[in-house]
Write a protein that binds this ligand. Structure first.
Ligand code: DGL
Length: 258
């Protein structure tokens, strides 16, 4: 049985889990949301790396064949440490998302949105330029998108959602990008609102990109599959919103100390 370990700072990584379940319906998954320490996006690279190592060790103890780092911030800063520590392959969301964006862009003017930590790390910018030397990458942190998505305020017709999206995205529209990477776990839920501010711009979902890469590397696995959820804070709040992020009901999660 093929088992995928997935971790995130909290509930957002369930958008990545959702893409993984769509792409590999036969694989078992263990999901860990570090809900006691969320958010990662405002913390230093050193702190995010320490948290990421603890999460990875926990999942490794449960026997996984591959680790998917769903959190964009952790993928941006902690992959080298995780790869040194773990004996199984470690796949982050940054390189797959960057590859899809570099290929999708016609003009080479590519936008990236993510947390403050992700944007400050320069990881997406470097990965896109590796794939496409000469690309012009315009990156912007959009921190308010995270609470909006968790609150369920994602309707592009909602004036608050529209106002926040316009404020963050108008500089990107003005810069003439033709492709935008949704470089944060929560942003796929806001894709309609983001797209409405950037007509004609191709949106790249890093979640779908990483799922496609896991499938291409490891195959689909054979069902029926088992899915377990772990959180580091009390499960109630996670369970209240998890179904919306996963697109399937989540009825149980175990509280663990990592
Ligand atoms: N999961 C984080 C990411 O994708 C967003 C939430 C946080 O800041 O922890 O970067």
């Amino acid at each position: 049985m093929f088992r995928i370990g997935i971790f995130d700072s909290g509930v957002g990584g369930l958008t990545v889990q959702r893409a993984v379940l769509d792409a590999l319906p036969g694989a078992d998954t263990l999901y860990l949301g570090d809900t006691a320490r969320v958010p990662y996006g405002t913390k230093s690279a050193e702190t995010v790396t320490q948290y990421s190592l603890r999460n990875a060790r926990f999942l490794a103890r449960h026997g996984i064949d591959v680790l998917v780092v769903a959190c964009n911030t952790a993928s941006a800063v902690a992959l080298p440490a995780l790869r040194t520590e773990l004996t199984v392959p470690v796949i982050g969301v940054v390189d797959p998302g960057a590859r899809v964006a570099a290929r999708a862009s016609r003009t080479g003017r590519i936008g990236v949105i993510g947390t403050q930590g992700t944007v400050a790390s320069g990881a997406y910018q470097a990965a896109i330029r590796r794939e496409r030397p000469g690309a012009e990458v315009i990156a912007r942190a959009c921190p308010l998108f995270v609470p909006l998505a968790e609150e369920g305020w994602t309707d592009p017709a909602d004036e608050v959602v529209r106002g926040v999206a316009r404020r963050y995205l108008s500089p990107l529209a003005g810069a003439g990008i033709d492709t935008l990477v949704l470089g944060c776990t929560h942003y796929p839920l806001l894709a309609a609102a983001i797209g409405a501010e950037l007509p004609g711009v191709t949106l790249v979902d890093s979640a779908a990109a990483v799922a496609a890469e896991v499938r291409a590397t490891f195959g689909g696995g054979a069902g029926p599959a088992d899915h377990r959820f772990f959180v580091t804070d009390a499960p109630e709040k996670f369970l209240a919103v998890a179904g919306r992020f996963l697109g399937r009901p989540v009825t149980a999660a175990d509280h663990v100390d990592v």
